[in-house]
Each structure stands twice: as structure tokens, then as C-alpha cells.
Design a protein around this ligand. Structure first.
Ligand code: 9MG
Length: 297
């Protein structure tokens, strides 16, 4: 019987060394795990506590994330924190667009974290090269908004919706159910005209999942990677890590780096993180071990 352990499925880059992710005018080789740096512009973002509200501060933060080694930036004006109320279209545009318009000439692709087709269209027109949708393009018009562009998309699994999703999540077999859901969303995206090299999938850690579901998904990541699409994992600073370590959000950097590393080892092609510099160092160590990458003596 196939097991979910690390050795059962090597990192996807070892199986498909020439795989690339196409994001608008960018093309990123998936030969090592990529780092998506989180740039929040929400006042209630659970881990940055509103620190990056202003456009100027957000732009400055973006530059720091790139210097630290981010391969992609993810900017979001909606909060997806458990219990968060949804944000209206105008407010989301007001938070995101001024920052996006100022990030135009950056050397790395910018992703927009949104579920709203109108925000997707406006953001892509302003230069966003990827849509990160926690709702997996289920909103009417969302598939079309991405399909009519060259932007990449991240299709994430979520049970329920942010306001209520942690109240009583239920699964008979979380790995099978999440894998099946993601396979269906990839199929829907392809049917709508989105090419496979533009599609990333994400099991959605913490989105309608109890601790045991999150841990089962992390163990089962090689099965999700077996769908053949690059897998993005977001564990950075999440409550799962608080449950394991007993530490508050501000003290979860080490646990977040460990989680990103373990996810990469189990097949994550991208990790979505707040602490870019520390994650980059950890992934360089993994790269040196797994791919015999050139390290000078
Ligand atoms: C916006 N956001 C918060 N957590 C996330 C995660 O785990 N994955 C993705 N794709 N987006 C997330």
C-alpha cells in the first residue's frame, strides 16, 4: 500500500526538473521551492496587526520582502482570518489598487489575494500576474476573469467560509476529500481555458480544518502533489503552530520556518510566508542537501 511518508514521493522538482509556472509576463522555474511573501493591506490581518496599512509602507515592505528573497509577492485587501467578516468591493479595491499601481516595475510577479472577479480584473489590468483565490474561482465570473488573462491562479481548498469555517469542520478522509476537490477545480479551470502551467493548488491549511486535519494534510501532501500541479502551502504563523508550540503569533517564526521546510520536503513547490529571510535560509539548506546545489567549500 502506498504510504504518505516523505520517501514515497520525492520533491516534484526531482520528478519534473523543467516544470515552470507561467504568470503573465513571468515564467518561474519550479526547480526549487519558491517563496511567496505576504504583503497585507488589511487592518485586521491576523499576523501583521495592521502594520502595513499605508500605501507607502506597503511599497517599502514589498521592497524588503524582495531583498530578503521573495520570488512572488501576495497582496490582499480581504481578511481570511477565521471569524473575519467579508469586505465590500469598494473597500477591497481601495485597499489594494493604490499599492498594486505602485508595484508596477518590480522584478518579481505580484499576486492578488481575492475572491471577487471585479478585483481580479482590475488587479490584472494594473499588473498583477497571479490571482490567489481561497475560494478556488467558485464565485460566478471568477473563472472567466482569470481565463481571459494570462495570469496564474492559486486554487485553494476551504470548507465553509472564513466567518464560520472553524466552528465545526468535518471530514471522513481529509486528504482524499481535499485532493478530490482540488482535482475538480483544476478541471473546471482548464475547461474555462486556463492552461495547466498557470494553475497552482493549495490544501488550505487552517481553512475549515481542525489541528488533526491540518496534520493529516501535511503528511498527505505527496498525494496532493501527485495531481501534477505545483502545490502552495501556507502555514506561516497559523494557529496550528500556536497549538503545537503554545506560543502567540509574534513568537511563531521558528515554527513557521520548520513548517515551510517540512512542507517543501513533502512536495510543496511554493510556500506562502511572512518571514521571508529566515525561510529562504532554511530552503537553501534543503536545496543543498536534496539537489547537491553548488555550495563553495
Ligand atoms: C490568503 N491566505 C491566507 N492563508 C492562505 C493559504 O494557506 N493559502 C493561500 N493560497 N492563501 C492564503
Amino acid at each position: 500500500m502506498a504510504s504518505d511518508n516523505v520517501k514515497a514521493c520525492p520533491h516534484p522538482s526531482l520528478l519534473t526538473p523543467h516544470a515552470v509556472l507561467k504568470l503573465g509576463r513571468f515564467s518561474l522555474a519550479l526547480e526549487r521551492p519558491l517563496i511567496m511573501g505576504v504583503l497585507n493591506v488589511t487592518p485586521d490581518s491576523f499576523s501583521d496587526s495592521g502594520r502595513f496599512l499605508g500605501t507607502q509602507q506597503a511599497v517599502e515592505h514589498a521592497r524588503i520582502l524582495i531583498e530578503e528573497g521573495a520570488d512572488i509577492l501576495d497582496i490582499g485587501g480581504q481578511s481570511s482570518r477565521p471569524g473575519a467578516e467579508s469586505v465590500g468591493l469598494d473597500e477591497e479595491l481601495r485597499r489594494v489598487m493604490p499599492v498594486l499601481e505602485k508595484l508596477g516595475g518590480l522584478p518579481v510577479p505580484v499576486s492578488v489575494d481575492t475572491c471577487k472577479p471585479e478585483v481580479m480584473r482590475r488587479a490584472i489590468a494594473a499588473g498583477a500576474a497571479m490571482v490567489n483565490d481561497i475560494n478556488a474561482l467558485r464565485e460566478p465570473g471568477a473563472l472567466e476573469a482569470v481565463a481571459e488573462s494570462q495570469a496564474a491562479v492559486c486554487l485553494m481548498h476551504m470548507q465553509g467560509e472564513p466567518r464560520t469555517m472553524q466552528q465545526d469542520p468535518h471530514y471522513a478522509d481529509v486528504v482524499s476529500e481535499v485532493t478530490e476537490y482540488l482535482a475538480q477545480r483544476v478541471e473546471a479551470a482548464q475547461q474555462a481555458g486556463i492552461a495547466r502551467e498557470r494553475i497552482v493548488i493549495d490544501p488550505g491549511f487552517g481553512f475549515g480544518k481542525k489541528t488533526r486535519h491540518n496534520l493529516e494534510l501535511l503528511r498527505g501532501l505527496p498525494r496532493i502533489a501527485g495531481l501534477g500541479q505545483p502545490v502552495l502551502v501556507g502555514l506561516s504563523r497559523k494557529s496550528l503552530l500556536g497549538k503545537i508550540t503554545g506560543k502567540p503569533v509574534a513568537d511563531r517564526v521558528s515554527a513557521s520556518v520548520a513548517a515551510a521546510l517540512l512542507a517543501a520536503e513533502r512536495g510543496a513547490a511554493l510556500v506562502r510566508v511572512h518571514d521571508v529571510a529566515a525561510t529562504r535560509d532554511a530552503l537553501l539548506v534543503l536545496d543543498a542537501i536534496e539537489r547537491h546545489s553548488l555550495v563553495k567549500d
